[in-house]
Design a protein around this ligand. Sequence first.
Ligand code: HPA
Length: 243
Amino acid sequence: MPPGKIGVMSTHIGAKPGEIAERVLMPGDPLRAKWIAEHYLEDAKCYSTVRNMFGFTGAYKGVRLSVQGSGMGMPSASIYAHELLNEYGVNTLIRVGSCGALTESLKVRDVVAAIGSATDSNMNRARFDGLIDYAPVADFGLLRTAVEIAERRGVQMRVGSVLAADAFYTDRPDLYDRLADYGVLAVEMESAALYTIAAKFKARALTVLTVSDHLKTGERTSAEERERTFAEMVEIALETAIA
Ligand code: HPA
């Protein structure tokens, strides 16, 4: 039996069974998890400090909700997604993160919802014996709710596919241009694994991102701007999680 089910923490999350809510927001940065808990959750309690990858449970507008850092990249995010879904009964994961824009139709600070995720990761090739190019996609219900909430709040959220890249620094910017020609909006580093693992565990997942840097124009956001746009996106994610 997995450890969470017999009353002890999972391998990488120091929570006892029952300490994590069914709905979880997942920022990459554990300090963002702390920031979300402090700014938005009532009665937030930290349930895990393992590797400083903080997790908190509290309530948002009276609904029980957790926030768990995922770390950067698919190997790290996969560990937390897998343990949350497999060992703690989580059924809804919403990643809140940042991305680099691949197309001039996006500006820094824009909010993007990832409907699907292309990837250069080998994880799903290994998973499907290299025979299938699995298409990781967002949960349609969560995506529809997020779009409605963004519209209600007057936020123009772009919906489209993103690239989940293994490397932050690429030697192949030409491939990024080609992906942009095929409609891929932005690059981040976790969504393909999150969508795949959620599908495996029959859970719902969505990735919402703010554009922190622009790979075509070289523009970047300041730390202050990042905090402001991050808050806007987090509020959309929180409202989506409790809808
Ligand atoms: N590449 C990958 N992930 C990112 C980027 C980027 O340029 N910006 C924010 N997350």
